[in-house]
Structures are given as C-alpha cells and as structure tokens.
Design a protein around this ligand. Structure first.
Ligand code: COA
Length: 560
C-alpha cells in the first residue's frame, strides 16, 4: 500500500512503524504536521491509499479525513480519549493499558476502532513505556488494522461506551506535596510527566521541572529536604524515604532544557554531601558478574553521554577488564544503548565548541579502550535504541547483538552535517563495506534490527522484550565463553587487530575524523551549532526534510 505518515515528528514510535511497515512491503512517505495546507499538499502529491498518524498533536483537516481513511494511533485502550492518555495511566497506577487504532473523525479520538492491543503496565517512566510497550503494541495494532483495511470486509467498530474523555494532565493534577507524599507517590507523579512536560516544582528557591527519578533505598531525612548529591543527581527526602532526581529543566530564568540536576542548582548542590558508591539510586553504571562473564550496565538518561558519563564509564570498563572473565558484555540501558554526545550539556556549556571537543575526545577514549581490548572477547548487547555515535560505539565490541524491536540511526548527518568520530570510519566499513557505509551515513534513515543484521551491522537479533533479550544474552554469552572455539576466536581477533593496525593505525582514523570534527565545531559553517540548538530547544519543524518527504522529491519545483 501507498501510505502517508502524518506526524508531529519522526519520533521513536514513528520510526519503528516506518521500519516495520516498510519491511512488510508498504511504500511510505512522511510529512510533518506543520499546517493544514502542507498536509493537503502532501496528500495531493503522494496520493496515498491510507494515511497513518503515529504521533499527532492536532486534528487532521476535515476534507482530508473525509476523502481518505486516516488511522490515528492512540496510546490508550479502546474507549480512552484525550491528549494525555499515558500520563493518566501512569499517574493512576493502571495495571493494564493499550494502544488503539482509530479512524479520524470530527470528534477527537472518538472515531470507529480498527484494532486495539492491550499490555500489562510496568513501574517506569512514561517515556520508557512509550518507547517499549506502547511502541510494540502500536506495531501489532497497526498491522492488524492494515490487514483488515486491505481485506476490505471489516467494518470498524464504535469505541465502547462512547469513550471516556480525559483532559490534558495539568500541573495541579500531579504537583508534589513533599510534606504529604510518600516515595511511591512522588515517583509516580514524576514518571507520569517524564520525558515531557515534567513535574513543576521548586528546589532551593529555583523553579524547575523534575525528571529522571529513582528510589533511594537507604537515606532519609525531614520531608522535602535535600540530602545528598552524586554524579550530578540530587537526593530529596519524602515522608518515608528519599528519591534521586537526575535531571531538571529550569522553569524560570535560564536555558529551558534538561540538564543534570546539580548543574541547574549549582550553589545549593555544592554544599550537599556525596554518599559515595553506596547510593545505588544515583548510579547509572552497574557491573555484575555471573559464570565468568562480566555485564556492564550503563543507563544514562536519554542515552546521552557527556564528558563525565564517558569518563565514569571508561573507569568502569577498565575495572571490569581487571576482573578474571572471558567475556565482557556492554548492556547499555533498558531504553537506550547510547545516543552519543550529550547535546544538552554541550548547549549549556560556556563554549559549546570546546565542550563538543572534550566530549568527542572522551567518547573516543572509551571506543579506543573497547577496540583495543585483547585479553577477552567483548559484546555489545542493545536492549534499547542507539543513534549516531552511540551506534558506532557499539561496533567497537567484537560482537553486536540487538533486541529485535530496536531501531538504529547509524548516521550523524542530521545534526548539521556533523562528520562524527568514535572511529566510525574504521568500524563501519569493516562490517558493511565502503558502499553500504556511505549509504547508511548519507541517507539518514532509521533501520530495524533485521535490516541491520542483513547489512552485517549487527551479528544477531532476538528477544520479545527487554527481559527476554537479557536472558538470551546471558545464555548466548555463556555458550560463547564455554565454546571450544573461544581460544581461536580470541587469537583471530588479536591477529586481525594487529593486521588492521599495520595497514592503518587507529590513531590515523581518529586524527582524520577529528580534523573534520574540528571544522564542524570551530569552522566557518555553523550548521552543527544551529542544528544542535534546534534539537535541544525543540524548535518546531518548519518543513519536512526531503529524505523523509519522498512525495516532494522531483515535484512542486523541488529538484531531483
Ligand atoms: N543528547 C541529549 N539529549 C538527547 C540525545 C543526545 N545525544 N539524543 C536524544 N536526546 C533526548 C531528546 O532531546 C529527547 O529529550 P526529551 O526527553 O526532553 O524529550 C529524548 O532524548 C528522546 O529523544 P527523541 O528525539 O524525542 O526521541 P527518539 O526516541 O525519537 O530519538 C533519536 C531519536 C535518538 C534519533 C534523536 O533523539 C537524535 O537524533 N538524537 C541525537 C543523536 C546525535 O546526533 N548525537 C550526537 C552526535 S554523536
């Protein structure tokens, strides 16, 4: 089918649907929902059999939904309506939730239902549920709806009971009362608004939005008081314990984007004690060992790795390499493996160019340490998505495994023609060849795990969900470590590294990449700084890039 995606942005759910439906053989073009005239133009140009709205914040123009069947992907179960479905589900502690594919009609979310899929809820951030359970359910529901639409004999059903409308979730609905709320309530409130818009609060007199909250198992104090600070996170007491808050977004003066909590609070944070490694809630990095295999978990907020995160991870990696293990598995986090440089911390720096430079050097050090590990095998296990430098960092390991639902963006170009480093010019072609490396980095499209496997970018994909994936990673890792071929594989890796080094030293790849990056950071062309500013400040799109809006290529005066 010829399908038009009409979407607010090409977010994780839209990307996953795009790769899954393209794999099913559908022909998809994408238009951002900018205004009604642009939508009408896109429809006229693409002449779709069907329009799908994976992530929409406004209604579709009436003449469009009257003339074309439009599927709305609603992140709520059948009968649920309104713009804050998932927020309410987390806030109310629902035990099951769902995704419904509705046909667009005049009343928002009240159209007939083409398919709906339910799932059990998990105690997690709204954004984590969205990227995992909601996205998986959306893929199933849209596939089912498409099958019914294609068959032509299905009459969409009215939503049960006329539908329950729930309004936007306001700050008054979920503001924290630190003198009354227990830890579970505080966590639920913060998670219901994480990633957007965040819970508005005031800390040390600073108005801000709260994100990235975790339970603190040991510390406690007078409710509402700040107790500790570690790795940029702050610990605040509740009536029955405490929570760590990793990120804040200033709500008054100051740049309006998320940053590590301590850098927003600055003076206040500096006076707080650091409880050291005992404060489990503040640790994004965790190492564990089982049956002679090391597992290094790194769950950085939004997969962003600033200088401090890279340095801490490098320390943890080196410590893990001192352990007597045959295999070291780099697990990343449940939501993201890595999204490369922390663009928010770069934007917040006094000199974003200098901070970009420090950040790329720090991530390169980590990549170098992984590539040059010769005394054991290494595996990157991608439970969650990865993008830009995060993908290439994963390729530094000997094997790359991914959960089947993972989406990868192995390119930097969308960030203002950033050239990229992380030794990608060495790591990518050696896996996929020069021609495919050029294609992947230039065409800027997301790819699914099966496509990544067929390109040779990864070595295997499996796993229904994160839990299933992690269990299978462990089984496979144990088999690899115990394999009679282990010794030969390790020897083969050393030989290959030595041969590669003799042909062209790693230092030469790095120097060439950094030369290009220096131009991106300090050169005449400001594209990277502009693109990063737009990304960090979430500047609304003013047009859809041509690599997504295929209907605009070659038409309407746009050159081929
Ligand atoms: N630095 C800082 N924040 C980042 C980030 C990065 N490298 N990558 C993603 N994020 C943040 C986004 O700002 C967003 O923040 P929010 O929680 O305030 O909404 C969140 O992570 C999720 O990203 P979003 O784009 O909304 O969702 P997605 O799951 O659809 O992500 C990506 C798709 C990863 C392709 C997109 O975020 C991206 O292009 N990231 C930048 C990658 C990059 O260029 N890295 C630097 C070069 S190495």
């Amino acid at each position: 089918m010829r399908i038009l995606f009409l979407t607010h942005s090409f977010n994780s759910l839209s990307q996953r649907l795009y790769v899954e439906l393209s794999r099913d053989g559908h022909d998809i073009s994408i238009e951002f929902d900018i205004n009604d005239a642009v939508t009408r133009e896109a429809v006229a140009l693409w002449r779709p059999d069907l329009i799908i709205a994976p992530f929409l914040k406004r209604a579709i123009p009436e003449d469009v939904w009257r003339a074309h069947t439009c599927f709305i992907v609603h992140p709520g179960p059948r009968g649920d309506r309104g713009p804050a479905a998932l927020d309410w589900a987390v806030l109310n502690g629902e035990s099951t939730w769902g995704v419904t594919v509705l046909q667009a009609e005049a009343e928002m979310d009240a159209g007939p239902v083409w398919a709906s899929v339910e799932f059990p809820m998990r105690e997690a951030r709204k954004s984590s549920l969205y990227r995992n359970e909601v996205t998986d359910a959306a893929v199933s529901a849209v596939r089912r709806a498409l099958g019914r639409f294609a068959a032509g004999d299905f009459t969409p059903e009215p939503p049960s009971g006329g539908g329950r409308w729930r309004p936007a979730c306001r700050q008054a609905d979920r503001g924290i009362d630190w003198l009354c709320d227990d830890t579970a309530t505080v966590l639920r409130k913060i998670r219901s608004a994480d990633g957007q818009p965040g819970i508005r609060d005031r800390i040390g007199g600073v108005p801000c939005y709260l994100y990235d909250a975790r339970r603190e198992p040991a510390l406690s104090g007078p409710p509402g008081e700040l107790l500790a600070c570690r790795h940029g996170a702050i610990c605040r007491a509740t009536i029955d314990g405490a929570v760590w808050i990793g990120h804040l977004r200033p709500a008054g003066e100051g740049p309006d984007f998320k940053q590590p909590a301590a850098s927003v609070l600055d003076e206040t944070a500096r006076t707080l004690p650091d409880p050291g490694g005992d404060a489990a809630g503040a640790e994004a990095i965790r190492y564990e060992e089982a049956n002679g295999i090391g597992y290094l978990h790194f769950d950085f907020y939004n997969g962003a790795m600033g200088v401090a995160e890279c340095e801490r991870l490098l320390d943890a990696y080196r410590s893990a390499c001192e352990r007597d293990t045959r295999l070291l598995v780099l697990m990343g986090g449940p939501d993201f493996w890595s999204n490369g440089l922390d663009l928010n911390q770069i934007e917040a720096a006094e000199s974003p160019a200098d901070e970009s430079w420090r950040n790329i050097e720090a991530i390169n050090e980590l990549a170098w340490a992984i590539i040059t590990t010769e005394d054991r095998l290494t595996v990157s296990a991608l439970q969650g998505n990865a993008a830009a430098g995060g993908v290439f960092l994963a390729l530094a390991a000997d094997q790359v495994l991914a959960r089947s639902g993972v989406v990868l963006n192995p390119h930097y170009k969308s960030m203002g023609n950033l050239f990229g480093s992380e030794y990608w010019t060495y790591l990518l072609p050696r896996r996929v060849g020069e021609a495919r490396a050029a294609e992947l980095t230039q065409n800027r499209l997301p790819i699914g795990a099966p496509e990544a496997l067929s390109l040779g970018l990864i070595d295997a994909h499996f796993g229904e969900d994160g839990v299933d994936f992690s269990a299978q990673v462990q089984t496979r890792s144990e088999a690899l470590a115990a394999s009679p071929a282990y010794g030969e594989m390790l020897e083969g890796k050393r030989r290959r590294r030595a041969a590669d080094e003799a042909q062209k030293p790693l230092a030469a790849y790095r120097a060439e990449e950094l030369k290009r990056m220096q131009l991106n950071f300090y050169g005449f062309d400001p594209s990277y700084h502009v693109a990063r500013y737009h990304f960090v400040f979430k500047v609304p799109h003013s047009r859809t890039p041509f690599f997504l809006a295929r209907h605009r290529i070659g038409g309407m005066g746009v050159p081929e």
